[in-house]
Design a protein. Structure first.
Length: 317
């Protein structure tokens, strides 16, 4: 049966120990927590997993070991396998397929070299022709410097092997247009890539979310999905997702970059995720000045307060 990405898929941070080695015991405990709280699957080694800091062999091993643990728990696995080089992406994706039992690839559009719209189409065509598992394209202009416009996404949607897109443009009008373009497609899936927009994506026909907040609040994130996608109660889903705003905001704070916030949150919950690898190996600002704004930031306290509001601190989970 073909893979159907429907549900909440936390974009996994990669836990690090004091020596900056991957902590697989922390991964296991976190995966068990996610499975117990209703998520459909997980996404290892994406942007939230700071995949750019994982060398090729370690990247493949990490996806392989996570996929084994996840599937023992009944979770789907969508493997982050994108890079900014088309040939390197093909090599990485093929290596993952050889070593890991995955359901699909998540492949970011090439970053740093910022191909034009036609270059992005070419990238996905070439990769899809060389891999076996289905591909979910990933539009995140804040990371790549290039928005995949709706015309481009529609062309990519017709490439054999590409079954969906993670839309993280944070552009509500574009999300609505994509919903209209894909509304009559039963072979292509629109997925949210920005937690504050999850309810909007469900309201226009999107089937799920690749979520950061879902790492810390899986039950609440799944409730938004069930209400908005399964029950089609869009007003209620909007209210539920608005209620989650303190957690969404805590994951993406001024003065920080993902995944610094979610690592800190999971540490406060008792999962021992450490800090991301350099160049982001630090904790959120606390009683410190953000050099870009001149404001004194209290980001650690904001995360702790949000977790406490939802009963998610270590003593409460």
């Amino acid at each position: 049966m073909s893979f159907e990405p429907e549900g909440v898929y936390p974009a996994l941070p990669t836990p690090m120990d004091a020596e900056d080695d991957i902590d697989y015991e922390a991964s296991r405990r976190h995966l068990e927590y996610l499975a117990e709280n209703g998520v459909q699957g997980v996404v290892p080694a994406g942007c939230t997993g700071h995949a750019a800091t994982l060398p090729h062999d370690e990247h493949v091993e990490y996806v392989s070991r996570v996929s084994e643990m996840a599937q023992d728990l009944g979770l789907d696995v969508v493997a982050g396998s994108g890079t900014n080089s088309t040939y390197e992406t093909i090599d990485l994706a093929q290596s993952i397929e050889e070593e890991a039992d995955i359901d699909a690839h998540l492949q970011i559009s090439p970053y740093q070299n910022k191909p034009a719209q036609r270059g992005n189409i070419q990238h996905y065509e070439l990769v899809a022709d060389e891999v076996q598992e289905p591909i979910i394209a990933y539009n995140v202009p804040s990371r790549t410097g290039r928005n995949l416009i709706p015309d481009t996404q529609e062309q990519i949607s017709h490439i054999p092997g590409v079954i969906g897109v993670k839309e993280a443009s944070n552009m509500p009008d574009q999300i609505r247009e994509l919903g209209e373009r894909f509304s009559d497609r039963d072979d292509f899936y629109l997925l949210s890539g920005d937690d504050p927009n999850n309810d909007l994506v469900y309201s226009v026909g999107g089937s799920g979310a690749i979520s950061v907040t879902g790492n810390v609040a899986p039950t609440e994130s799944v409730e938004v999905w069930e209400t908005g996608f399964q029950q089609q109660d869009h007003d209620a889903a909007e209210d539920l997702n608005e209620d989650l705003s303190p957690l969404h905001d805590a994951m993406f704070q001024d003065g920080e970059v993902n995944p610094v916030g979610v690592h800190y949150a999971l540490n406060q919950m008792g999962f021992e995720f450490g800090t991301p690898r350099p160049p982001n190996s630090y904790e959120p600002l606390e009683d410190e000045v953000d050099p870009e704004t001149g404001e004194v930031m209290h980001n650690q306290s904001e995360i702790e307060d949000a977790l406490d509001e939802f009963g998610l601190l270590e003593a409460e989970v």
